[in-house]
Design a protein around this ligand. Structure first.
Ligand code: ATP
Ligand code: MG
Length: 232
């Protein structure tokens, strides 16, 4: 459904992605793991149009999305939850969710209901300022906001970053739930073990290039992955 081929992305003279190819099939959770600076966030930002790739192809359901601006990529059915959440701190929870629904696709009430069902705390706090939520709640809000455009594909950048273990568990459980409700997920994580346990397939990215790919269960058993990313 989503296919990247030979993607090259630069920041000025720095080549952050050196020919990335990856595929995400409908209904899958695919994880992208790698160390700091490997190019995980750049990969997601390239897909969502936040940074422009120099070369390669990105196809979603047979249509090219290469070079489209972010709002067009959202219109095509891809929603991006950026690293560091980036909610609007001065807007209420409800207003944050409304921002995510800017396309006006589907029934606002219906989608909002589904988001509140997934995250009851957001309903309880719907009139609270986003910036006063806890870190975990802000992550839920960021995911909820992305769901408001009713995407086919959700791009998640380090959703567990900086959260307490119990909240990490909760977020991973929620990603599973979102997937079982029909969303396809591309998940970037430094928590490689949890990501691989949750996902169907995975890719390892090192210095802007994919160095390993496979079924997550196989990657969990791979000696190189164990040593470099699982601390075994
Ligand atoms: N705005 C920028 N300008 C210049 N270089 C950048 C910029 N953003 C990222 N880079 C560089 O691109 C490379 C990939 O960065 P990226 O943020 O994609 O890594 P990452 O895998 O998401 O890392 P992390 O785990 O720390 O989030 C790094 O070498 C980084 O220094
Ligand atoms: Mg990153």
């Amino acid at each position: 459904m989503l296919k990247l081929e030979n993607i090259h992305t630069f920041y000025g003279p720095i080549e952050a992605l050196k020919g990335i190819s990856l595929e995400v099939h409908k209904g899958e959770i695919v994880s992208l793991i790698g160390s700091n600076g490997a190019g995980k966030s750049t990969s997601l930002m390239t897909i969502s149009g936040v940074v422009a790739p120099a070369e390669g192809s990105i196809i979603l359901n047979g249509a090219t999305i290469f070079g489209l601006p972010p709002h067009e990529v959202v219109r095509m059915g891809i929603s991006h939850v950026p690293e560091g959440r980036r909610i609007f701190p001065r807007l209420s929870v409800l207003e944050n969710l409304e921002m995510g629904a800017f396309l006006g696709r589907g029934s606002f009430e219906e989608i909002l209901g589904a988001v509140f069902e997934l995250f009851p705390i957001l309903k309880e706090r719907s009139h609270q300022q986003g910036g006063t939520l806890s870190g975990g709640e802000q992550q839920m809000l960021a995911i909820g906001r992305a769901l408001m455009s009713d995407p086919e594909v959700l791009l998640l950048d380090e959703p567990s970053l900086g959260l307490a273990p119990i909240m990490v568990t909760k977020i991973f459980r929620t990603i599973h739930e979102i997937n079982s409700r029909g969303k396809t997920v591309l998940l970037v994580e430094q928590n490689a073990r949890a990501a691989l346990k949750l996902s169907h397939r995975g890719y390892v990215i090192e210095s802007g290039a994919i160095t390993l790919e496979g079924k997550s269960e196989d990657l969990l058993k791979n000696e190189k992955v164990k040593h470099a990313y699982l601390g075994e």
